[in-house]
Design a protein around this ligand. Structure first.
Ligand code: K2U
Ligand code: NI
Length: 183
């Protein structure tokens, strides 16, 4: 099982790489990576298991965070209407997005960042993404609200972007251009 020891922390160059798309159909290895990441997130939300193994609670995890520079991430999060999104996704693509932005009022954190970085993280308010889930099914999802933010946090990890790169005022003058859908 994945534990915090497997989670790469900021400063490791893998978190700044653009991850590579995976071959389709998904190999058993890539399917296992998605399932293992999904299991970690579920474990991290189970107080007993999290306590027993010292897991930090999370709602998402991207493969680069466990040292795998592939376009894979997992999400286990419930949206404002109580809909649970529990899935692994391969080769996610943003096919459309709103101009409107949204952000979590308390800012964001990251399992790869062992410090608080206060500040609002502007993200697209709504977006449509496609990809392949951990069972090999094509998925197309229209996302908004909290879950749209979670997906964008994980999508960023696949492009080497950390949440604090987006906090106004922390601009890095040498910051590389962001991917198309990004702000
Ligand atoms: O990718 C990660 O590091 C996992 C993040 C994802 C995330 C952070 C902020 C906003 C949206 C997604 C962890 O979930 S950070 C810890 C956490 C736990 C519960 C709720 C929000 C954030
Ligand atoms: Ni993160």
């Amino acid at each position: 099982m994945i534990t915090m020891d497997d989670i790469v922390r900021e400063g490791n160059p893998i978190l700044r790489k653009v991850a590579k798309p995976v071959e389709l159909p998904l190999t058993d290895e890539d399917k296992k990576t998605l399932v293992d990441m999904l299991e970690f997130i579920k474990n991290s939300q189970d107080p007993e298991v999290a306590e027993k193994y010292g897991l930090r609670p999370g709602v998402g995890l991207a493969a680069p965070q466990i040292g795998i520079s592939k376009r894979l991430f997992a999400i286990h999060a419930t949206d404002e209407n109580g809909n649970l999104y529990s899935m692994g996704i391969a080769n996610p693509k943003v096919v459309s997005h709103s101009v409107e932005t949204n952000e979590l009022e308390n800012g964001e954190g990251c399992l790869s960042v062992d410090r608080d970085v206060p500040g609002l993280v502007p993200r697209r308010a709504r977006l449509t993404i496609t990809g392949v889930d951990h069972e090999g099914n094509d998925v197309r999802m229209r996302l908004r609200g909290y879950i749209a933010i979670v997906f964008q946090h994980e999508l960023d990890h696949l492009d080497g972007i950390m949440f604090y790169d987006r906090i106004e005022g922390l601009e890095d003058p040498f910051k590389k251009p962001l991917p198309g859908f990004a702000l």
